[in-house]
Design a protein around this ligand. Structure first.
Ligand SMILES: [Cu+2]
Length: 360
């Protein structure tokens, strides 16, 4: 992780000392080829389309989490099962600890310029989650009963967003992101678990393993992008505001606000490199699903949300020439540099986003 940060700083230095050569030559390419503002692959809704222009996109996101954290400090599975109270007692303390989690998302997007001032974006996602656990034996102590993995997969929530241009000149662009998310993802997924007693019941999985929020959510935001010659930059303020006080299972996920900033540099006709920084703040879960009551941290609505700052590095390839007109490919990897989690909670290790877009 430290090496990745160093690589990022090195790339930043190289970008910073390079002279933006041939700026004029690339102005036309920039206007026609780039898939918007050359934002990092994980940034959604960073650009508008002209009237009647369509764009299809497929993005794949993988996130890896491992080890637990309470606030900014690491906490071991043994410490969790001896010191963290179980709100659904008995047993008095937690007895099952998640050790690793992966999340894979396949995001399908469709954008169309309705007018030159308004672009509409529809986004669906197929999600796969996997969580490894240690089950400790009995009502107390640190004797391990065994390990087990739970899995969930299916379609997540679906977002419809209007991008409304507020300001646009040669160099600066500002638009509103006015989105709404429909609760199309399941919040009642179940799987087999291993209990401290050694049994294998099928239970409703904790909130972290469910696929949707279960509520209608507003996705308001604002995006600024700029460019000058071979340089591009931007910032996006995004948020997720739950519009209902509870879903069908009587809870709602926390609201979220995020701020992303990036700078991109066009290395040649094909490739743009980018560096980014993103901060996000997520609230705790309010309410509680009565079916989620195992002695595991993820069954406690308090152990959700927190503050994370990540840095990312990525690139975008846009083949010049008519053969692959309209296609672009991008990839990004991001690692956290700061995490303060409402814990105990699994900490984020890294995530990557890979995407293919086609505009027509
Ligand atoms: Cu687009």
């Amino acid at each position: 992780m430290k090496n990745l940060v160093k690589a990022g700083l090195l790339a930043c230095t190289i970008l910073a000392v390079s002279t933006p050569a041939l700026a004029e030559d690339h102005m036309d390419h920039a206007a026609h080829h780039h898939h918007g503002g050359s934002a990092p692959e994980s940034v959604m809704g960073d650009h508008l389309h002209g009237k009647g222009e369509w764009m299809l996109s497929y993005r794949y996101m993988h996130m890896d989490m491992g080890g637990n954290r309470d606030g900014t400090d690491s906490i071991s599975p043994e410490d969790i099962v001896t010191s963290i109270a179980n709100p659904h007692a008995p047993p008095p303390t937690l007895r099952v600890v998640p050790t690793d989690m992966t999340m894979d998302m396949h995001m399908l997007g469709l954008m169309v310029g309705v007018t030159d001032w308004v672009t509409v974006m529809l986004m669906g996602q197929y999600i796969e989650k996997e969580m490894d656990h240690i089950a400790f034996a009995g009502m107390s102590g640190t004797t391990k009963r065994g390990t087990f993995t739970t899995r969930s997969s299916g379609w997540g929530d679906t977002a419809l967003t209007a991008l409304v241009k507020l300001y646009d000149d040669e160099r600066h662009h500002i638009h509103l992101n006015a989105g709404i998310s429909a609760p199309t993802g399941s919040i009642t997924k179940t799987d087999d678990v291993l209990t401290p007693a050694g049994t294998h019941p099928t239970l409703r999985m904790p909130y972290a393993m469910q696929l949707g929020s279960g509520t209608w959510d507003a996705l308001p935001g604002i995006t600024y992008t700029g460019h000058e010659g071979d340089w591009f930059w931007g910032a996006q303020l995004g948020s997720v505001i739950r519009l209902e006080s509870e879903n069908d299972e009587r809870y709602r996920l926390g609201n979220q606000v995020s701020l992303t900033g990036w700078v991109s540099y066009r290395l040649n006709d094909w490739i743009t490199g980018n560096l980014s920084i993103r901060g996000e703040k997520t609230g705790k879960i309010r309410g509680e699903d009565a079916m989620i009551a195992a002695p595991v941290q993820t069954a406690n609505p308090e152990n959700y949300g927190g503050r994370i700052i990540e840095t990312g590095i990525g690139f975008e390839i846009t083949p010049p020439g008519p053969a692959l007109e309209g296609l672009s490919f991008g990839a990004e990897i991001a690692v956290p540099v700061y995490q303060n989690l409402n814990g105990p909670q699994l900490e984020r290790d890294w995530r990557t986003t890979i995407g293919l877009t086609y505009r027509f």
